[in-house]
Design a protein around this ligand. Structure first.
Ligand code: HEC
Length: 458
């Protein structure tokens, strides 16, 4: 909260991260699995002297570079931009803990881009051995960058013994690391086959060639699906207590889990009975259905993985409202408005009458006219609640959640949100500040709907 707040209407800023992250992972996993596909299959095509398969692979390599380098890089930079604005404190924490991890990641990223371009643009000008070696360099670099990023992102869900030691490797090899490397590696195999099927179904007219492609990519896809499930089980087993509880408590997440399960079974069955047993099934329609189901399963999985991180963004370190967990007692003692440079400056400029000896006198804030109290309460809402709730309309809007609540219920929620629901962060301010928030919440909470059984207290 030493950063200015970034207000995103309707969606709330963190949902933007979720949207862009999902758009990115759908391609970044292909960037890994597709690289492995090209390396394995070009060696196979050279070995079997299959000229027409090599021609197809060259076409696929162009499609692959276009999608992964252009789209992948745009969405990848988009993630940096969004997390920096929407979740600055968590981003800062990750940079402090892992700056050399990011540096390593960039080294492998450059290696990926360079080898991908050599692989494609020097096609036909390198001997078979060198060409496949370049393909393998790409595949290796891409997988290592997956491993590096996974160590860092999995850390947010469960930092493990890093909390005590603050040691880089303790954070990197966190309890979620191995399960997530499993499922992401599996996801890469699976998604790559789905992209290959989609591309080949439209581009390859010769049915024998299409059958070959269908059959060759079926095993990696089935293996990938199995790895995803194994990794998913590990993910669940090593969830921290709060995330497990959030998963159990939220009905939306339960529905999502059921959906992921159903979609995974459907994709597995289509792969098994389609390309694995009957390669001839690979038509454009079939490839589209498989692709859409696979992407839906993947997106739902990523969504759940993000959504269970409550009330923490980084478990036991950064809370969902951009406050360091260890800072909560300090904020409760000194005041939230007083402790943040942006809010202190704003209050001093807007309400100089509340300043005493250079500090905000909180009691005076409660002497301000009602509309000014509501104005400050709205500001506190943006900082403390808008990470998860839109105010009046939009994602999980607070006003709708409080429909028909009495003033006392609203006051309790504002003073001790963590007691109402364990997945909300504790109030990180003084009782006076929570009263300002209460005034704002009352001003936006709709009353009881009219009807003979509904008394209306407000
Ligand atoms: C880390 C995310 C997070 C933060 C921050 C957060 N909440 Fe919530 N809150 C939730 C979730 C999740 C729910 C459950 C939503 C649902 O049932 O749709 C919830 C539920 C609520 C409800 C409905 C409670 C009920 O019993 O039906 C209210 C009211 C509410 N929050 C107000 C607030 C206020 C006020 C703040 C700021 C002080 C806040 N929340 C901060 C995540 C958060």
């Amino acid at each position: 909260m030493h950063y200015p707040w970034w207000y995103v209407p309707f969606l709330n800023a963190p949902m933007l991260i979720a949207v862009i992250a999902v758009l990115h992972v759908l391609v970044s996993h292909y960037a890994v699995g597709g690289g492995l596909f090209l390396a394995v299959e070009t060696s196979f095509a050279y070995r079997t002297k299959n000229k027409s398969y090599l021609d197809y692979l060259r076409q696929h390599a162009w499609f692959f570079i276009l999608i992964t380098v252009v789209y992948g890089a745009i969405t990848g930079v988009g993630i940096w931009w969004t997390i920096g604005l929407a979740s600055p404190l968590a981003t800062e924490t990750l940079i402090h803990a892992f700056v050399f991890g990011w540096a390593m990641e960039y080294v492998f990223f450059v290696l990926e881009i360079v080898s991908a371009f050599i692989f494609y643009y020097y096609w036909g000008r390198l001997d078979a051995k060198t060409h496949t070696a370049i393909g393998w360099i790409y595949a290796g670099a891409a997988w290592i960058s997956l491993v590096l990023i996974t160590g860092i992102t999995a850390f947010m869900l469960h930092p493990g013994s890093w909390l005590e030691s603050k040691n880089f490797w303790a954070g990197f090899f966190n309890p979620q690391f191995v399960p997530q490397v499993f499922s992401r590696t599996g996801g890469s195999f699976l998604l790559a086959s789905l992209y290959v099927y989609l591309h080949a179904a439209f581009k390859v007219k010769d049915s024998a060639m299409r059958d070959l492609i269908a059959a060759r990519s079926a095993r990696p896809a089935l293996l990938g699906a199995i790895l995803v499930v194994l990794g998913g089980v590990g993910w669940f087993v090593f969830l921290p207590a709060s995330a497990k509880a959030a998963l159990a408590a939220a009905s939306t997440l339960n529905l999502m889990m059921a959906l992921i399960f159903a979609l995974t079974v459907a994709v597995f069955a289509l792969l098994y009975f389609g390309p694995y047993r009957n390669p001839g099934w690979l038509t454009p329609g079939f490839a589209i259905v498989l692709f859409v189901l696979g992407l839906a399963a993947f997106s739902a999985g990523e969504f759940v993985r993000e959504a269970v991180r409550k009330p923490f963004i980084v478990y036991n370190v950064v809370l969902g409202n951009q406050v360091l967990a260890e800072e909560v007692p300090v904020l409760r003692a000194n005041g939230y408005l007083e402790s943040g440079s942006w809010m202190r400056a704003h209050v001093a400029a807007r309400f100089p009458q509340a300043i005493e000896n250079g500090k905000i006198n909180e009691a005076r804030l409660l002497e301000l006219p009602k509309e000014n109290q509501i104005e400050l309460g709205e500001m506190l809402f943006q900082y403390s609640c808008n990470n998860c709730h839109a105010p009046k309309n939009g994602f999980s809007a607070a006003s709708h959640l409080m429909r028909g609540w009495t003033t006392e219920m609203i006051r309790t929620c504002s003073r001790e949100p963590e007691k109402l629901h364990f997945f909300m962060p504790p109030w990180a301010g003084t009782p006076e500040e929570s009263e300002l928030l209460t005034q704002y919440l009352i001003s936006i909470a709709p009353a009881h709907p009219a009807g003979m059984y509904f008394g209306d207290e407000r």
